[in-house]
Design a binder for this molecule. Structure first.
Ligand code: ATR
Length: 279
C-alpha cells in the first residue's frame, strides 16, 4: 500500500517539502507520496480526526500549526515537549507521535558561521512555533539568547520567561527593535515575508533600521521562499555574514525524513532538488 505523507499548513504553497520528499522517496524506492494539506483553522480538528483514520502515515507541520497541533498529539518526544512545538507527526495505528526537527536544523544552519554554538549571542525576531525551536536549539548547545523581539510584546515576554526558567538564563522579551538589546547574530523566525510576499526591499526600514542592524555580525533567516528576503538583501548591502533559510530547511527535512520513514535520508538528492527549486 502506498503510504501518504504531507505538509499541514495554512498557507502551504511556499513549501518545498513536497518536491524534496517525493524525490527522496523515488530515490530510495519507497512506495509513498507526499502531498499538501492546506487546511484552514476552522477545519483543523476535522482534518486530524480523518488523518488518524485515513492512511496518512505522517505529517510535516508548518505555520500556523506548530503549537496548536500539540493538543492532538498522543505521545510527545522530550525535545518537542520542552520546545512546546511540533513540526513532525508520525501516525502509528491512529496514535499520533510528535517530534521537533526544527531545532536540529537551526543548530546545523548556525554552524555554517559559528563552528562552536557557545559563540552565538542571538537576538530572535518572532515568538511563534519556529522561534521556540530556534531558541531551544541555541540554549541547549551552550549559546546565548539575549532577547526575543516580537510584534505582540506579550508573546515575546512569555517565551523569554519560559526559556529563561528552563535554562536558568536571562532572556528579555521586547516589542520592538528600538529598545536596544544587542548580540552578534540577528535571527528572523517570524512569518513576515512568507505571509506578505509583496513587501518590497525598500520597506525594510519599517521593520528594522540600518542603525540597529549594523550592530550585528551575522543575519539568519528561517524562511527560504524566496531565498533572498529583504533581511538577507540588507545583510548583503551592509556587507555582513548571512545564513539563508534553505540551510535550516534542509537539515530539519533530513532529520524529519528519517523520523517519518525510519530510513536513511538520501541527502544528495534532497539537496539537489532543493537547489533546483529555490527561487
Ligand atoms: P511559525 O510556526 O512559523 O513560527 P507562528 O507560530 O504563526 O508561525 O508565528 C508567527 C510569528 O511571526 C509570530 O511571532 C508573529 O507575531 P505575533 O506574535 O505578533 O503574531 C510573527 N509575525 C507574523 N506576521 C508578522 C508581521 N507582519 N510583522 C511582524 N511579525 C509578524
Amino acid at each position: 500500500m502506498t503510504n501518504t505523507y504531507g505538509i499541514l499548513a495554512y498557507p502551504a504553497g511556499h513549501s518545498l517539502s513536497p518536491v524534496v520528499f517525493n524525490a527522496a522517496f523515488k530515490e530510495i524506492g519507497v512506495d509513498a507520496q507526499y502531498g499538501v494539506f492546506e487546511i484552514p483553522e476552522n477545519e483543523l480538528s476535522k482534518f486530524i480526526v480523518e488523518a488518524r483514520q485515513e492512511p496518512i502515515a505522517g505529517l510535516s507541520v508548518s505555520l500556523p500549526y506548530k503549537k496548536e497541533i500539540l493538543r492532538y498529539i498522543d505521545v510527545l518526544d522530550e525535545d518537542a515537549k520542552k520546545i512546546g512545538a511540533v513540526n513532525t507527526v508520525v501516525n502509528k495505528g491512529g496514535f499520533l507521535y510528535g517530534y521537533n526537527t526544527d531545532f536540529v536544523g537551526a543548530v546545523e544552519a548556525l554552524r555554517e558561521v559559528f563552528s562552536d554554538l557557545k559563540n552565538v549571542n542571538a537576538v530572535i525576531f518572532g515568538a511563534g512555533g519556529a522561534s521556540r525551536a530556534v531558541v531551544y536549539g541555541i540554549l541547549k548547545n551552550g549559546g546565548k539568547v539575549s532577547c526575543i523581539v516580537n510584534r505582540t510584546k506579550e508573546n515575546a515576554e512569555k517565551l523569554a520567561k519560559e526559556f529563561s526558567e528552563m535554562f536558568g538564563v536571562e532572556i528579555v522579551g521586547l516589542g520592538t527593535t528600538d529598545e536596544k538589546k544587542s548580540g552578534n547574530v540577528f535571527i528572523n523566525t517570524s512569518s513576515i515575508w512568507t505571509l506578505n510576499k509583496d513587501i518590497d526591499f525598500s520597506e525594510i526600514g519599517k521593520y528594522f533600521s540600518d542603525e540597529y542592524l549594523k550592530n550585528f555580525e551575522c543575519f539568519m533567516e528561517i524562511a527560504y521562499n524566496p531565498l533572498i528576503t529583504p533581511l538577507i538583501k540588507k545583510a548583503q548591502e551592509l556587507d555582513k555574514k548571512y545564513i539563508t533559510g534553505d540551510k535550516m530547511f534542509f537539515c530539519q527535512a533530513v532529520k524529519q525524513f528519517e523520523i517519518l520513514t525510519d530510513k536513511k535520508a538520501p541527502k544528495d538528492v534532497m539537496q539537489k532538488v532543493l537547489e533546483q527549486n529555490l527561487v
